[in-house]
Design a protein around this ligand. Structure first.
Ligand code: KIV
Ligand code: ZN
Length: 385
């Protein structure tokens, strides 16, 4: 089974979520948890962005032993020097350089011709290569770059010494079909492509970042970049937990897997949410509060008979105790009776029926009926127990 490398950028692209600011202690705490989760690479920050971020990246670099630690740099010597300083003490350091390649960015942001972009990127990679054996290069906005030019940029990066070439869909513009095709074209047309790893980096502006990452895998990507809970610029990045569980659950289809400790997913998600202040939506795939919760009577009845009727993966895999049967107005007698037994009540069939009718009245007035509501219903002698 092909291994997919996981490059976590929660501490860099994730921290670029509006309103998020992690201090050194918080970055180190998250980095330790990412190491436990088993991510291969941790992008700890952008050292040239501020002295505080340089110090935080250095603290992560010194703390982490089992994942490679990465610092981001624009294709400029000052940025590269800042990453050199930040990664002192790292067990397995790597620099991540970027320079935009798309016509929109070349014309409006960089004011560079194609030749100038190639030259600037090449000299940055060569400069970085003097200090780092591992160099990742990203042609920013690769997704909107002319495919012939992207092939040229990739070939230049390989010749200059990059060990990973990352293909960012910076603005989340592409469909899975288009994004997958870029990987297929690079694999088939770029000299030396077999010497490096190809990486996918997607944003979620159109809600396609996980699908795009998976399309990249199907077309030969070796590495997926993303964040925990999918946090990041604008609509965020690919959710790493979604990619990992898609590969785990559909190994038959993807024939590829990560080496993550999947049972650390729930804990990592909670920690990132707590320290970034970014609340995880209830219906978020894998880590939302409702991801393993069932409300309707038909589903609950199925779950009580055989869990695979309505669950394609088990909550234990990601480190949760159990699925939840939530009592609400769609719930049925089967789940209600189980709940009474769980709460320690032994009622006759007639008492259960009376209680069930009272429960349905209450459920019409409330979104969710809690254990406390049920206890109150029974113990306040709403029914004659
Ligand atoms: O989305 C993007 O293009 C980036 C680069 C810095 C890789 O985050
Ligand atoms: Zn990004």
């Amino acid at each position: 089974m092909r291994k997919i490398y996981i490059f976590d950028t929660t501490l860099r692209d994730g921290e670029q979520s509006p309103g998020v600011n992690l201090n050194t202690k918080e970055k180190v705490e998250i980095a330790y948890q990412l190491e436990k989760l088993g991510v291969d690479r941790i992008e700890a920050g952008f050292p040239a962005a501020s002295p505080g971020d340089l110090a935080a990246v250095n603290a992560v670099a010194r703390a982490i032993k089992n994942s490679s630690v990465i610092g981001l740099a624009r294709s400029r010597t000052q940025d590269i020097d800042a990453v050199r300083e930040a990664l002192i003490g790292a067990q397995d350091p790597c620099i991540h350089l970027f320079l935009a390649s798309s016509p929109i960015h070349r014309q409006h942001k960089l004011r560079m011709s194609k030749e100038q972009m190639l030259e600037a990127a090449e000299s940055a990679i060569k400069y970085a290569k003097q200090y780092f054996s591992k160099v990742e290069f990203s042609p920013e906005d690769a997704g909107r770059t002319e495919i012939d030019f992207l092939c040229q940029v990739t070939e230049m990066a390989i010749k200059a010494g990059a060990t990973v070439v990352n293909i960012p869909d910076t603005v989340g513009f592409l469909t899975p079909y288009e994004y997958g095709n870029i990987f297929k074209t690079l694999k088939g047309n770029v000299n030396g492509i077999e010497k490096i790893q190809l990486s996918a980096h997607c944003h979620d502006d159109l809600g396609m970042s996980t699908a795009n990452a998976l399309a990249a895998i199907l077309n030969g990507a070796d590495q997926i970049e993303g964040t925990i809970n999918g946090i990041g610029e604008r609509a965020g990045n690919t959710s790493l937990e979604e990619v990992a569980m898609a590969l785990e659950t559909r190994q038959d289809f993807f024939q590829a897997k990560t080496t993550l400790n999947l049972s650390e997913i729930a804990r990592t998600s909670r920690l990132v949410s707590k320290l970034t202040g970014m609340v995880v939506p209830g219906n978020k795939a894998i880590v939302g509060a409702n991801a393993f919760a069932h409300e309707s009577g038909i589903h609950q009845d199925g779950m009580l008979k055989e869990k695979t009727t309505y669950e394609i993966m088990s909550p234990e895999t990601i480190g949760l105790k159990d699925s939840k049967l939530v009592l609400g107005k769609h719930s049925g007698r089967h789940a209600f009776r189980e709940k009474l037994i769980d709460l320690g009540y032994e009622l006759s069939e007639e008492q259960v029926n009376t209680a069930f009718n009272k429960f349905k009245d209450l459920a019409d007035k409330k979104k969710e009926v809690s254990d406390e509501d049920i206890r109150a219903m029974i113990e306040e002698k709403l029914i004659d127990t």
